[in-house]
Design a protein. Structure first.
Length: 210
């Protein structure tokens, strides 16, 4: 993944009021820190930042040029706060990285294919924690569940990793479980059992009252 160059402005207003004014100006409040550097409060252009995340994912590396600064800085989003209603970015924590440095990130995992008939796929985790060189982070992983029978599991060890990428979890970390789906008869039977239990409870209650 190549880095995205983005210009930033130093941020001098803090608190909720300052953050609101920053966002109204079309900017996203952010803080840049790491590698022993003092935290730098900045504002990123909202439209450019959103476009980069849409294209490169949440692990997009940025080359940030702060106005009045001493030079560009490589950074990776560490935490992103979003407004789910407005679908806007509220705040971003950016951690400084160096070329050649390995970092640990969570990468999205997508299940592809269809499991065997009459099965139910239960997703245990939608991301996988890995360690990779900061400038070569994968965008996501695909894992096939094609034809898997009930009782099968998809684990971290089943994921094909690109060269230079390592798991940051145990290989038996469970991503998805394939279980037996209930048949219509079983579901009806369950309803009938529930009705019988309710009826029994009602009778017991009447007897106690009598």
């Amino acid at each position: 993944m190549s880095e995205v160059k983005i210009s930033a402005e130093p941020r001098t207003e803090f608190g909720k009021g300052g953050a609101r004014r920053t966002r109204r100006a079309g900017l996203v409040p952010a803080v840049l820190y790491g590698h022993g550097e003092a935290p730098v409060h900045i504002a990123l252009p909202a439209r450019e930042f959103a476009a980069a995340i849409r294209h490169g994912g949440l692990n997009q590396v940025f080359t940030i040029d702060v106005a009045g600064g001493t030079g560009a800085t490589l950074a990776l989003p560490k935490a992103i706060q979003r407004d789910p209603i407005k679908d806007t970015y509220e705040h971003v924590d950016l951690i400084i990285v160096k070329r050649g440095e390995k970092v640990q990130v969570d990468v999205p995992v997508t299940l592809v294919g269809e499991a065997a008939r009459n099965t139910l796929v239960v997703s245990e985790s939608t991301t996988l924690s890995i360690t990779a060189e900061a400038m070569h982070l994968p965008n996501g992983f695909e894992v096939s569940i094609e034809g898997l029978e009930a009782g099968s599991q998809v684990t971290a060890g089943d994921v094909t990793l690109p060269q230079g990428t390592e798991l940051a979890v145990e290989p038996d970390f469970v991503i998805a479980v394939i279980s037996q789906a209930q048949t219509a008869e079983q579901m009806e039977g369950g309803d009938a059992e529930g009705e019988t239990a309710e009826a029994g409870a009602a009778e017991a209650s009447e007897e106690a009252a009598g």
